[in-house]
Design a protein around this ligand. Structure first.
Ligand SMILES: NC(=O)c1ccc[n+]([C@@H]2O[C@H](COP(=O)([O-])OP(=O)(O)OC[C@H]3O[C@@H](n4cnc5c(N)ncnc54)[C@H](OP(=O)(O)O)[C@@H]3O)[C@@H](O)[C@H]2O)c1
Length: 246
């Protein structure tokens, strides 16, 4: 399916990102997984996957710092020589109602989730343009479409990713680079498991399929979009949310 392709996955060492890293690495992609603070998790995942014969590197860097994005890109190119796929997956939440939300709460979430996708894309884009090929996947969220109490900053960042992705898809349409969005619903990762149990139960009650999604189910959609046969898909938003937005 993949043959020596190289993927850079931001936030690729935990949660959904780790599932993407794992699935791609097991299917022959050489994967560079980024992280910001969780060095132990990063090294544990790298060890596990390389023991199974995969080629995986891990890279510390903040996606909201352009210098870090440039450094990580240089590290990946030095290690693997090319970058075929960029998955902008790193994301955070700082949940508060707008009345209680501070400017910092707003800015921090927008910086990591939206500016981070822009900054990482900027760091990789010229390389993809030079090669005349590339795939960029931005991980948004169902919340970007529906909104959610206590998540105005997060919803704005995730809705913003859709507009960013469609604009970039148009700009790159004659350069062999496709840009798509994967918008998960509620997936069982630390980000969701930190919600109070009562709130989580109420969420599951509203999901037509009556369960949280699994990280590997999201990874499958990302992998599909990265396959050669998906080359006619660009500017699209793929939802995976158990029917939550019907
Ligand atoms: N879980 C869900 O239900 C759900 C639903 C819809 C969309 N999403 C989106 O899916 C993506 C992954 O979510 P998740 O649930 O897997 O989250 P998670 O388990 O909390 O993992 C987040 C990842 O992002 C990295 N990260 C955070 N801040 C960063 C920064 N400033 N620079 C670089 N990396 C940073 C973290 O690195 P460290 O390990 O170093 O902290 C970690 O690897 C996010 O964009 C999230 O918004 C999640």
């Amino acid at each position: 399916m993949f043959d020596g392709h190289v993927a850079l996955i931001t936030g690729g060492t935990r949660g959904i990102g780790a599932a993407i890293t794992t699935m791609l690495a097991k299917n022959g992609v050489r994967v560079a997984a980024g992280y910001s603070k969780g060095q132990d998790a990063a090294e544990a995942l790298q060890k596990k996957l390389t023991a199974g014969g995969a080629q995986v590197s891990v890279h510390q860097g903040r996606v909201d710092q352009m210098d870090d994005c440039a450094r990580v890109t240089a590290e990946v190119l030095a290690r693997f020589g090319r970058i075929d796929f960029l998955v902008n997956n790193a994301g955070i939440t700082v949940d508060k109602t707008v009345r209680k939300m501070t400017a910092d709460d707003w800015q921090n979430v927008l910086n990591v989730n939206l500016f981070g996708a822009f900054a990482m894309t900027k760091a990789v884009l010229e390389h993809m343009i030079e090669r005349g090929s590339g795939r960029i996947i931005n991980i948004s969220s169902v919340i970007g479409e529906t909104g959610n109490v206590g998540q105005a900053n997060y919803a704005a960042s995730k809705a913003g990713m859709v507009g960013f992705s469609k604009s970039l898809a148009l700009e790159m349409s004659r350069r062999g680079i496709t840009v798509n969005v994967v918008a998960p619903g509620f997936i069982g990762t630390e980000m969701v498991e930190q919600m109070p149990k009562a709130a989580l139960d109420a969420v599951v009650e509203k999901i037509p399929l009556r369960r949280l999604g699994r990280p590997d189910e999201v990874a499958r959609v990302v992998q599909f979009l990265l396959e050669d046969e998906s080359s006619y898909i660009t500017g699209a938003v793929y939802t995976i949310n158990g029917g939550l937005d019907m």
